[in-house]
Design a protein around this ligand. Structure first.
Ligand code: AMP
Ligand code: ZN
Length: 138
């Protein structure tokens, strides 16, 4: 049996405020919300990080993500929302079962999601582009 709390929610061994469910994806409220209505969307299968999830599950996942986002915007009428996924301990991932956060946002909620940014030096942008594009070649 898995020790993973999100696996337990997916298999209904652990309680959750479930919002929506399909064959391979489930969505539920975050227990410690950034703002009320903060919702998580996860694959039911245990994948630690986003890049480990197979395409066919991701197709289902993005459709659920979209449906639940639409429902949140209609139900709560936030001024905006953030969708994000933390992958790896150093990226702030606490639960090692990949999940997408949908966080309703309000003009006065005081949150900052992008505290700093860097600048590329001359040619650096192309170098990073080349490195990543190389891995996309079949
Ligand atoms: P992350 O830091 O991206 O791994 O986020 C993990 C999220 O899972 C946090 O926002 C927690 O509040 C949430 N969380 C942890 N345990 C539960 C649970 N049992 N049910 C719902 N949400 C949970
Ligand atoms: Zn899991």
């Amino acid at each position: 049996m898995s020790d993973c709390v999100f696996c337990k929610i997916a298999s209904k061994e652990a309680p959750a405020e479930i919002i929506h469910e399909t064959e391979r994806v489930i969505s539920f409220l975050d227990i410690n919300p950034i703002n009320f209505g903060h919702t998580l969307v996860i694959p039911k299968g245990h994948f630690k990080k986003f890049h480990e999830i197979p395409d066919e599950i991701n197709q289902e996942l993005i459709i659920v993500l979209s449906k639940v986002t639409k429902a949140i915007t209609e139900a709560l009428e936030p001024h905006g929302y953030n969708i994000f996924t933390n992958n790896g301990r150093f990226a702030g991932q606490a639960i090692m079962h990949c999940h997408f956060h949908i966080v309703p946002r309000y003009f006065n909620d005081g949150l900052k999601f992008r505290p700093t940014s860097k600048s590329y030096k001359k040619n650096e942008m192309k170098q990073f582009g080349d490195l990543i594009r190389e891995k996309l070649k079949n």
